[in-house]
Ligand binder design. Structure first.
Ligand SMILES: C[S@@+](CC[C@H](N)C(=O)[O-])C[C@H]1O[C@@H](n2cnc3c(N)ncnc32)[C@H](O)[C@@H]1O
Length: 329
């Protein structure tokens, strides 16, 4: 895998390479698992010469890595090792095909191919499958399974309010397991997307509310068992005031869950994403909670990572989850 195509002629060729459904299917499969031409032909149900031809075109754009094992050639895509242009658009491709049901048949046949590599009955089926199990479990069960397992531990009939819900990420964590979900945002556009996603997911327990958490409490007093405010505070002029407004909706014994970035120096977040605050410290968060007479009950840090955006490698800072409870008495 080598240089970035920079000439217009190269760009045209690059996008022509991608504008073919079979090549997209092949790329997607090879990003999930290393496969031979034979296996790709089985999964896509296309003739081997056609697959070979598509592989040749993808290879010419440096999109494939190749390994020889005797007379076999194994192909794969290494997303972090792609030419720069491909790496830049890779997240968009991933989103598109992760949400496209047309690829599900490929996933099913990929699982069959992986299983057929290790026929049951040789006494070491799972030993041999260990290196592929994560791919296979993803194909078989998807990422949602873990959420559903954890969600089943929740008491039913909780009232959960998500402040600054955006497109409603938190709503889907609780799903129909919650008795009542209240989604608050001051952006009508965000609420419209959240509404559409909730409808598509069959959530019938969500109330959407257009409100500004900085000006007044958005919830009825003492109405929610859980209030989440996820990646919102850094946008607000007075995060403490907003937290007070949000927390006014907690029932006694209710839980407030805050997530934001830890204090950092990543000014690109201010310049590009309009963050008003470059994160917050644990001490500051703890102070907010004690001002609101909430008991600080849990703190966890999610490590930051680098992210490629518009050709630049950017640092995403560490984030935190802080949980506090309103005492019962
Ligand atoms: C970075 S997004 C996070 C969305 C969501 N919580 C998530 O984690 O995906 C911040 C959200 O807060 C909303 N927001 C910003 N200021 C707000 C305010 N004053 N009152 C209510 N919502 C606000 C924005 O419209 C946006 O949807």
């Amino acid at each position: 895998m080598a240089n970035t195509p920079t000439q217009p002629r190269d760009l045209t060729r690059f996008f022509r390479t991608l504008s073919d459904e079979t090549r997209l299917r092949v790329l997607r499969l090879l990003a999930r698992e290393e496969l031979t031409v034979n296996e790709l032909a089985t999964i896509t149900q296309l003739a081997q010469p056609r697959i070979s031809n598509h592989l040749k075109i993808l290879r010419e754009e440096d999109l494939l890595a190749e390994r020889r094992d005797g007379s076999w050639r194994h192909y794969r895509v290494e997303p972090t090792n792609l030419p720069e242009l491909a790496r830049t658009i890779w997240p968009s491709l991933k989103v598109a095909w992760d949400n496209d049901p047309r690829f599900q048949a490929d996933d099913k046949r990929l699982a069959e191919v992986l299983i057929s590599r290790h026929p049951v009955g040789n006494g070491s089926f799972f030993d041999q499958l260990a290196n592929q199990w994560d791919t296979l479990r993803d194909v078989l069960y998807g990422e949602n399974l873990g959420r559903v397992v954890l969600r089943s531990l929740l008491p039913p009939d909780l009232t959960v309010a998500d402040i600054g819900t955006g497109t409603g990420y938190v709503l889907h964590l609780f799903g129909n397991r919650a008795g009542r979900l209240i989604a608050v945002d001051n952006s009508e556009a965000m609420l419209n997307v959240a509404r559409e996603k909730a409808r598509a997911a069959g959530l019938d327990n969500v109330e959407f509310k257009l409100a500004d958490v900085t000006t007044a409490p958005p919830l009825e007093p003492q109405s929610a068992d859980v209030i989440t405010i996820i990646q919102v505070l850094h946008h607000l002029p007075d995060p403490r005031e907003a937290l007070a407004n949000a927390a006014a909706g907690l029932k006694p014994g209710g839980v407030l869950i805050v997530s934001d970035f830890l204090e950092h120096q990543q000014t690109w977040l201010r310049d590009r994403l309009h963050h008003k605050w470059l994160g917050f410290t644990r001490t500051k968060t703890s102070q907010w909670f004690s001002d609101l007479r909430l008991d600080f009950s849990h703190w966890e840090v999610l490590p930051g990572r680098t992210h490629e955006w518009e050709g630049q490698r950017l640092m995403v800072p560490d984030a935190f989850i802080a949980v506090a409870r309103l005492p019962k008495g």
